[in-house]
Design a protein around this ligand. Structure first.
Ligand code: GTR
Length: 440
């Protein structure tokens, strides 16, 4: 598929802002990176519906048996590293109590693997109050990882605080990489539990640093050694070695292993959501684990939903220099030669097919290339077509704050890089339409 770079879109020509993620580096000055649509290069995307030797893929069966495994393997080899193996999951120290607004709080420390030294992750699950008089349905659930600890996303004083490294951040008030009670609820705007409960969803979250602390040296303290992977400098390991994104995606799958055992949860309606680096992670989790019923990428940008072949905003060179630990080492070798990648991000999006996929951008978040995220969603559409489903259903860029789409949803929110109640409201609308709740 060939794209001619469109003219500068006025909605994208807004001032650059700084990231709201704790410890995220300040956003790069505009002049160093391309924010000019007229300077986006011509490019040809890898043909999505192609098998080995370019043979056309023209049926859902051929997609499942030939194209999908081939693409998944190429994504493992060039971007995210090999998928991590499943391990037994044991729930320890389960606590259940009343949460805010009539909700039920469940906390569980999940041990991921064999033996007392296996890594753990602390899950905070919140169930909405049961409907008055009616029978409680099995609950569809939004699952997302957080950046700073469960306590930072909830003001509930009973929420446990992580013992390990957490990022410093102005929002959380952390300046010594140690989690503190004073951070409680400081990032709660990113996780509007009551809004989601009112819509009939359970909500689950866990801290990504439980399995891979998000810094260049995080590999040593990550879950990877417990699974037999090499430690040491990420660049010294094999080219397709998994990095932080793959490890966080594995964490999401292990949490799903536990969620599906709970009588309150609808095992076929667990939706994985992620913002920014954790949006890249949500996409990769949904690619590797088809039990996730729906995938939501919020402003995931480079290495997430945005096409790499557009030289707009964050680049492969920049991301693999700033965050070498996120990806497989091979990804860095595509710096400045994105056109030689055997994949692009429309392929990552297509891994969700035929399940519902939602991609969201924010107007001021040019670093994540909103238009590149939209174009990837357009280019992923043919995978849904094979299943008789419509993807986005349009290739016209939507107006700001106007959700569009059929089985792929998209919106570009006004405002900066963040995940807000407005975004979550759109995700819930889309999920309710495509995965209507079922009775027990
Ligand atoms: C930025 C990074 C982006 C995005 C973001 C975030 O600094 O360049 O790729 O992941 O961090 O996760 O907040």
């Amino acid at each position: 598929m060939r794209f001619r770079a469109p003219l500068v879109a006025s909605i994208l020509a807004l001032p650059l802002i700084t990231a709201m993620t704790p410890d995220a580096p300040a956003r790069t000055p505009t002049e160093e990176f391309n924010y000019d649509e007229s300077k986006v290069r011509d490019y040809i995307l890898p043909v999505l519906l192609a098998g080995p030797e370019g043979r056309p893929i023209d049926s859902a069966d051929a997609w499942r048996s030939v194209a999908r495994p081939r693409w998944l393997s190429l994504l493992e080899a060039t971007e995210y590293g090999r998928l991590l193996p499943a391990v037994p999951v044991t729930a320890e120290d389960v606590e259940r109590g009343p949460g805010p607004d009539g909700a039920t709080r469940i906390q569980a420390r999940l041990r991921l693997g064999h033996g007392p030294d296996a890594p753990t992750t602390e899950v905070l699950l919140s169930l909405p109050p049961p409907p008055s008089g009616g029978t409680q349905e099995k609950l569809p659930t939004f699952l997302h990882l957080n950046f700073g600890g469960n306590h930072a996303e909830s003001s509930d004083p009973a929420v446990r605080i992580p013992a390990g490294w957490v990022p410093n951040g102005k929002d959380t008030g952390v300046d010594d990489n140690k989690a503190k009670a004073a951070s409680r609820g400081t990032l709660a705007s990113r996780w509007p539990v009551k809004l989601l409960h009112d819509r009939g969803y359970a909500t689950a979250t866990a801290y990504c640093g439980d399995v891979f602390p998000d810094h260049a040296d995080g590999r040593k303290a990550s879950a990877l050694p417990s699974l037999g992977y090499a430690v040491g400098d990420a660049r010294m390991v094999s080219g397709d070695e998994p990095g932080a994104i793959a490890t966080w995606a594995w964490q999401l799958s292990r949490i799903l292993d536990w969620l599906v055992t709970l009588p309150e949860i609808d095992a076929e309606r667990v939706i994985v959501v992620g913002h920014s680096r954790l949006g890249k992670t949500a996409l990769w989790a949904g690619a590797g684990d088809e039990r996730f019923a729906m995938v939501v990428s919020n402003e995931s940008g480079c290495g997430g939903a945005a096409l790499e072949r557009r030289n707009y905003g964050e680049t492969v060179r920049r991301i693999t220099t700033s965050f070498p630990h996120w990806f497989a080492p091979t990804f860095a070798t595509y710096a400045d030669r994105e056109t030689e990648l055997p994949v692009d991000q429309h392929v990552v999006l297509a891994m969700t097919a035929p399940r519902p996929l939602y991609v969201s951008s924010a107007v001021e978040d040019r670093w994540a290339d909103p238009r590149g995220e939209f174009l990837a969603a357009v280019a992923a559409g043919p995978a849904w077509k094979l299943f008789g489903k419509e993807g986005l259903g349009t290739d016209a860029y939507p107006a700001v704050d106007t959700p569009i789409g059929a089985t792929i949803g998209y919106h570009v929110r006004s405002g900066p890089h963040d995940i807000t109640a407005v975004d979550w409201g759109h995700f819930a609308d889309f999920a309710t339409r495509l995965l209507p709740p079922r009775k027990r």
